[in-house]
Design a protein around this ligand. Structure first.
Ligand code: HEM
Length: 180
């Protein structure tokens, strides 16, 4: 994944737990990289190793790390660095999620080597929809839940997120019911 992602994990940890904790996590992850360059792609294993080391050092589960990172990615990284793009996504949770399938098309103009997620949306009335998430990567269900929660917080609209089905139940992709 692009360095932007690893840098955002670093930001989340240093802001919430301090620089020392970050140094310990980086040491534990055994990653031999001094600093991340946003626009450079890194092996996915770097991101996973950071998440695992953070979970061990903070004494929480990897899913908890990924969930917090999902919220952080929307509310801090995306809004601060790409506020214009985020605002263009819509003015309500429903609009933003309805536009999500084409969101990373625009990101690919900035990060051409992106391996983006794919989304399909099923409308289920005024206050609910299903987000279908297709990924070449594994283990990012909790990250998705955090992202969806972050999108709710971005619009000050509390959302309920239910993981309806996924690879763990033999399906080929993940589906989330989002209600507000
Ligand atoms: C301006 C805001 C955003 C930027 C710059 C951005 C950029 C990225 C980047 C760089 C990656 C790593 C993939 C790679 O390097 O190959 C990624 C992955 C991902 N993004 Fe975004 N993204 C943004 C917003 C969002 C939003 C709002 C969602 C909401 C659902 C989202 C969902 C994901 C998911 C689920 C992945 C994991 C990729 C996978 O499953 O393979 N992103 N994005």
């Amino acid at each position: 994944m692009y360095g932007l992602v690893n840098k955002a994990i670093q930001d989340l940890i240093t802001t919430n737990y301090g620089e020392d904790k970050w140094m310990k996590i980086k040491e534990k992850s055994k990653i031999d990289i001094d600093y991340f360059i946003s626009t450079e792609p890194y092996d996915d294993s770097v991101t996973y190793q950071l998440a695992i080391a953070a979970a061990q050092e903070l004494n929480i589960s990897v899913d908890e790390v990924l969930y917090s990172f999902g919220e952080w990615w929307v509310l801090k990284t995306s809004l601060q660095k790409y506020g214009g793009l985020m605002k263009a996504g819509g003015s309500t949770v429903k609009e933003f999620l309805t536009n999500l399938p084409s969101f990373h098309d625009r990101i690919m103009l900035i990060y051409p080597k992106l391996t983006p997620p794919e989304f399909k949306i099923d409308e289920k009335g005024e206050n609910c929809l299903i987000v279908h998430y297709f990924s070449k990567r594994e283990g990012l269900v909790a990250f998705m839940k955090g992202l969806l929660s972050g999108i709710g917080k971005m619009y000050e609209t509390p959302v309920e997120i239910e993981h309806v089905f996924g690879k763990s139940s033999g399906e080929e992709h993940e589906a989330f019911k989002v209600s507000w």
